[in-house]
Design a protein around this ligand. Structure first.
Ligand code: ZN
Length: 299
């Protein structure tokens, strides 16, 4: 069931980038990240485990969609449901575990489990990278890992990757490259931020207000613009993120929320404080994201 029209996964092993401390997105440079645990696979057949992970992710996306009602999110949910084909990793490639839709553009959905690290690269490399989800455009593969993560946040991670998949498969993404990647991420995060606000209620709004104050105070302290000195995300997890999105179930879950909320606050800060045209704001946000990625060894 190999798609012969695509280059092998192996040839694309260098095409990854870490995002938000735990989410990988596409890119054209290799990254080095410390090893981390990957999955909590039960002692069952891998096919059943992959199917369970696949179903869990889709259920989370459904829950998020029902809670949010955001029209674009609903489109992405429908796109993912009708275009994702369950697949498993094999050495240097993927193998479909269910029938591909007759119509393109479909993509392979690969839930990774612990034993996949024995399949050699690129799977061994992926296994050591602490991402929750990743969409790889050239391979048309979305890879997800079964980290312990609360359902609504898992749905949000899935929605973010689904946004990339839909953009790519409907021909809306630009050529690859650092700068283009950062511009694309502004779109993905803007969408994700909006959905987060739609379900986060008062606790999330208060958390962001506090973040905006913190950013302002920090910039005043160092006498710099946000582009010159965007403050690092908080190091302490705030319980309001639990109130907003359900109790976090792991450090990965918590770190990802902190980072993404920090991006939301940064975007809002620029929108509220900078009197420049919209397209220039998009570029400024991309520039800061690039800086944040570089700080975290992502670019
Ligand atoms: Zn992304």
């Amino acid at each position: 069931m190999k798609n012969k029209n695509r280059p092998s996964v192996h040839s694309f092993v260098v095409g990854f980038i870490l995002v938000a401390l735990a989410v990988i997105d596409w890119h054209d440079q290799s990254t080095t990240t410390p090893p981390t645990s990957v999955t909590q696979s039960a002692p069952r057949g891998p096919l059943n485990v992959r199917k369970e992970i696949h179903d869990t992710w889709l259920t989370s996306l459904d829950q998020l969609s029902a809670r949010s009602g955001d029209p674009e999110l609903l489109e992405i949910r429908d796109f993912v449901r009708s275009h994702a084909v369950l697949a498993e990793p094999i050495p240097g490639d993927v193998r479909l575990l269910s029938t591909a839709p007759k119509q393109d553009p479909w993509f392979s959905f690969v839930p990774m489990i612990e034993t996949d690290e024995t399949l050699g690269d690129p799977w061994q490399a992926f296994a050591t990278q602490p991402f929750m989800g990743s969409y790889v455009p050239y391979q048309r593969v979305m890879i997800v890992k079964d980290f312990l993560i609360a359902p609504l946040w898992r749905g949000l991670v899935f929605a973010h990757e689904g946004w990339h998949a839909k953009r790519h498969l409907t021909g809306q993404t630009q050529k690859n490259g650092d700068w283009q990647h950062c511009l694309e991420e502004v779109g993905a995060h803007s969408f994700e931020n909006r959905v987060a606000r739609s379900i986060g209620g008062t606790p999330y709004a208060e958390y962001i207000r506090q973040e905006l104050k913190r950013i302002d105070a920090e910039l005043t302290r160092v006498n710099a613009t946000i582009q010159q000195a965007f403050p690092n995300p908080p190091t302490v997890y705030d319980f309001r993120l639990d109130q907003a999105f359900g109790q976090a179930l792991s450090d990965t879950d918590r770190e990802n929320r902190i980072f993404n909320a920090s991006v939301d606050a940064m975007f809002q800060y620029i929108d509220m404080n900078w009197r420049i045209p919209h397209n220039e704001k998009h570029g400024q946000k991309a520039a800061i994201l690039c800086t944040m990625y570089r700080k975290n060894g992502i670019l």
